[in-house]
Write a protein that binds this ligand. Structure first.
Ligand code: ADP
Ligand code: ZN
Ligand code: ZN
Length: 698
């Protein structure tokens, strides 16, 4: 019903409204507007902000005139978009919580949570959109028959149905977790006539298979999809279907945690350990953590399932202490064998071998048997750096604290941080010497190298081997990635070279061998989460091998390392995530690291490093006394590990406390302090600042 149809009230209503204000404007609170027609909290409205008309969400209403400022200065609401049911109190509470916890304004969080296309619609246009969504009755999707569950799967399903806390579904790759998600959803939908289910995935482009399985089971009418790859019109349509309760299952990436789901009864977070659940800009929220908050805080009971073969240590710890309920599914479905670990001690291999002789022989034998091999290397391009043999010149990026990477395909030097690119100089820019050479290997060179080494081999039909590469260069977007992965699925590819991008979630049936060529840097990285990520990557990559139990040879996971005695590999050999987690957690406890402490980062970006640091030092000083009282440690201000990106200098300060509450208490005033400092002299040259609560990389 368009707003014009509503009768005018005799007494106005005063409304608090979240409006989209410019980022970092410092506007924290909701704004007050007057309204002369019926209005409820949660309604979308159009209001004036300065001279612009913008979208708003009503957060509260009152009939009593506000006493704290002159009411004739208060603007009227231009239009109430009451063709839409109001956003629920639960949704508004989620937005408020996220804003508070991650130190952003609620307006900003609310606007980022709504589909951008909503911002430009008036009541008439919105009504037209709503008419377009067919009013198919999605109330009762009739699922096709699922698999007969195994004993472990049944136990998991029961636990999900009866648990009074989040369930950690700790299941090996291929153990049938997805089937459990499907049947858990099925059960909730069958038991509650209006229930909705939210299924979150880390990266939608990498998991079309999951969408396909939900679609096949429930039909596409019941499903809505929310991720950044949709057009604005698609996103609006899916969002509306979720908001209206037409979509019973919403599948999406981290943004979907903010979807309006009035009848949410089950949340599933697949691959819950994946860092992509943490947003790296804006409010820097963790979609996994917010999912847990959302389910617990809302009025309607809602179960949460976190699924992973390698849970985040935070999650594992929560299960250990009983805050989450852990359910194990250790067996792979269909008797698929676990890959055996083959560690290659690189100290005993020929110097500078990218592919050690035993690994090369193993690859050749697999390919000979018609199996596929997956080779992982965590660097794209041809070589990470070019260097002059006669002087000290290296392909340093002038804009960043990083080297420009040599890409042979177009003979360019490209910076992977600022994107700047130049053609490769013919001679050393410093001394003129012609002897400039690539140092180290990236995926592009590895592909070439493998082709040289195995060039004589033929497939069983006599044609040459096909060696493909998938990384951010070959697959800049989801579509190209899908096409390239399809070629692997259909068996067109014999050897796939790629970055970790290909290790996630794909179901490659014929891969018999997976190899990580150079994973050592993660063992000794300054980032304390690096070993955790490496373990997850190797487990996940290993899970790609041996899915087809009919394969003649047992599947293998090869790792080339200079530290074969590292305990991480011993746990990996036994596929023993629990032992790895226990070791890591013990170390973290001794070292006083998360999840035993809670962290936040204050970050500043400025034209010079000194300016960035001056700003943070001022912040440090202004919060010092409060920090002492609360027992929050303010670490010294330091340049970030990547100190300069695109000519912007970056610095940070770490805050740490033994409880979330203390840290939150200190941070509650930080936003305003930083806004004020930025406007003052210590903000000179500061381009932007950010607060990152529970940061994933330090
Ligand atoms: P995960 O999500 O843990 O990686 P999946 O749910 O994809 O595992 O299951 C792996 C394979 O086993 C899939 O091909 C799936 O169809 C099959 N599968 C799952 N559960 C069963 C079952 N109960 N009976 C037979 N096959 C199953
Ligand atoms: Zn030189
Ligand atoms: Zn750069």
């Amino acid at each position: 019903m368009p707003a014009t149809a509503a009768a005018n009230l005799t007494k106005p209503i005063w409304a608090q409204v979240w409006v989209s204000t410019p980022r970092h404007s410092g506007l924290q609170a909701a704004l007050t507007y007057r309204c002369d027609q019926h209005l409820a909290a949660g309604h979308l409205v159009r209001v004036k902000l300065g001279t612009r008309q913008v979208l708003g969400v009503v957060t509260a209403t009152q009939t009593q005139a506000p006493s704290d400022f002159p009411i004739d200065g208060i603007k009227g609401i231009e239009e109430v978009l009451d063709a839409l049911p109001p956003l629920s109190a639960d949704w508004r509470q989620l937005i408020s919580f996220a804003a508070r916890y991650y130190q952003r304004s609620a307006s900003e969080v609310a606007m980022a949570a709504l589909p951008p296309a909503l911002r430009d619609l008036d009541g008439v246009q919105l009504a037209r959109r709503l008419k377009k969504i067919d009013h198919v009755d999605a109330a009762s999707p009739t699922p096709t028959l699922g698999q007969t569950l195994t004993k472990d799967q049944r136990a998991a399903l029961e636990a999900i149905a009866s648990a009074d806390r989040p369930v950690l579904l700790f299941g090996a790759t291929g153990s049938g977790k997805t089937e459990v998600y499907l049947q858990a959803a099925q059960r909730v939908l069958a038991q509650q006539a209006d229930a909705q289910v939210l299924v979150m995935v880390p990266e939608i482009n990498l998991t079309p298979q999951l969408i396909a399985r939900f679609e096949a089971r429930f039909g596409d009418q019941a499903l809505a999809v929310l991720h950044s790859g949709l057009t604005p019109a698609q996103r609006l349509k899916h969002w509306l279907r979720a908001h209206l309760g037409q979509a019973r299952i919403v599948l999406g990436t981290r943004v979907s945690v903010f979807a309006s789901l009035p009848s949410l009864a089950l949340v599933i977070v697949d691959e819950e350990h994946d860092p992509s659940y943490k947003s790296q800009d804006g409010s820097r929220f963790s979609a996994r953590d917010l999912a847990i908050y959302r389910a617990r805080a809302q009025q309607r009971p809602c179960a949460v399932v976190l699924g992973s073969a390698t849970p985040a240590l935070e999650t594992w710890h929560a299960a250990q202490t009983g805050r989450y309920l852990r359910v194990d599914m250790p067996e792979r479905m269909g008797g698929a064998a676990w890959p055996a670990l083959r560690l290659v001690d690189m100290q005993r291999q020929p110097a500078k071998a990218t592919l050690s002789p035993p690994l090369l022989a193993a690859i050749a034998s697999r390919v000979d048997a018609g199996e596929q091999c997956l080779l992982l290397l965590n660097r794209r391009g041809y070589a990470p750096v070019l260097s002059c043999g006669a002087c000290a010149w290296k392909s340093q990026c002038p804009n960043c604290s990083a080297f420009r990477v040599f890409h042979k395909i177009d003979r360019s030097l490209r910076c992977h941080h600022c994107g700047a690119s130049q053609s490769v100089p013919r001679a050393c820019p410093d001394c003129g010497d012609q002897d400039i050479a690539p140092v180290g290997k990236g995926t592009e060179q590895l592909q070439e190298h493998v082709a040289q080494l195995l060039g004589d081999m033929r497939r069983c039909d006599g044609t040459p081997l096909r060696i493909a590469r998938i990384d951010a260069d070959t697959a800049p977007n989801g579509e190209t990635l899908s096409a390239q992965l399809q070629a692997v699925h259909t068996g067109e590819v014999d050897i796939l070279v790629g970055t970790q991008m290909v290790a996630k979630g794909h179901d490659f049936r014929r891969i018999g061998l997976v190899a990580a060529l150079n994973p050592d840097s993660a063992l000794y990285a300054s980032d304390f989460r690096a070993p955790e990520r490496l373990f997850a990557l190797l487990m996940q990559a290993g899970g790609r091998a041996g899915r087809d139990a009919q394969q003649a040879q047992a599947p293998e996971l090869w790792v080339q390392t200079w530290s074969p005695d590292h305990p991480l590999f011993a746990a990996l050999r036994d596929h023993d995530y629990a032992r790895f987690a226990q070791d890591e957690l013990a170390q973290r406890q001794v070292a006083g690291l998360p999840p035993f402490v809670f962290q936040a980062l204050l970050r500043a970006e400025a034209k010079t490093q000194a300016q960035a640091q001056t700003f943070l030092l001022a912040a440090r000083q202004s919060m010092w006394d409060a920090a002492q009282q609360l027992d929050v440690t303010c670490f010294p201000v330091v340049p970030m590990a990547m100190a300069k990106v695109a000519n912007i200098e970056r610095a940070q300060m770490l805050l740490e406390a033994d409880s979330r509450a203390k840290l939150q208490h200190l941070l509650s005033a930080a936003g305003e302090t930083l806004h004020a400092l930025k406007r003052g002299t210590s903000g000179r040259g500061v381009v932007r600042w950010a607060i990152d609560v529970d940061p994933l990389s330090i």
